[in-house]
Ligand binder design. Structure first.
Ligand code: NI
Length: 169
């Protein structure tokens, strides 16, 4: 396992549509293990493969309990039957120094495959549903800042410009 570098906006791979996974091989298992490790190290609650520069339809979602730390991998996820809506704060490991209110479905139906290629299907609600929607957006090249008001987005772009300028100094 290895911690991979998380790419940040405006890196172009974050805008790329991820391709479906066809081969459920050892390379995929390694990718998923690395993504879990990278997410926990960040620390974050979800990570999409394109955030580490791999444009494949793979996301990992934190699923820890009081007893142990673990995560769920969703390969080729598809969301349907969105119900209700909730506005809550979101941030992203690929969007530096930004938190904003984003509207999401309260409940969704998820179909995907696990790392072995076996089908998975379940309903997700509330925070869990929010994280899944955020991560699946990544696979479509969408970031949460695309879902905030144009004014807030332009303020963020100005702030980021300053951050990037400071990085160069
Ligand atoms: Ni994100």
């Amino acid at each position: 396992m290895a911690i991979r570098t998380i790419l940040t906006y405006p890196h172009p791979v974050l805008r790329q549509k991820a391709a479906p996974v066809i081969e459920f091989d050892d390379k995929l298992k390694e990718l998923v293990a690395d993504m879990g490790e990278t997410m926990f190290a960040a620390p974050g609650v979800g990570l999409a493969a394109n955030q580490i520069g791999v444009p494949l339809q793979v996301v990992v979602i934190e699923q820890s309990t009081a007893e142990n730390t673990s995560f769920m991998a969703l390969i080729n996820p598809v969301l349907s039957n969105g119900e209700g809506s909730v506005v809550d704060d979101e941030g992203c490991l690929s969007v530096r120094e930004c938190q904003a209110k984003v509207k999401r479905f309260r409940k969704i139906h998820v179909t995907a495959q696990d790392v072995e290629g076996r089908p998975i299907e379940f309903d997700a609600e509330d925070r869990f549903a929010r994280i899944i929607q955020h991560e699946v957006d990544h696979l479509l090249g969408t970031l949460f800042i695309d879902r905030i008001s144009p004014l807030k987005r332009s303020l963020y772009k100005k702030k980021l410009k300053k951050i990037l300028e400071q990085d160069e100094e």
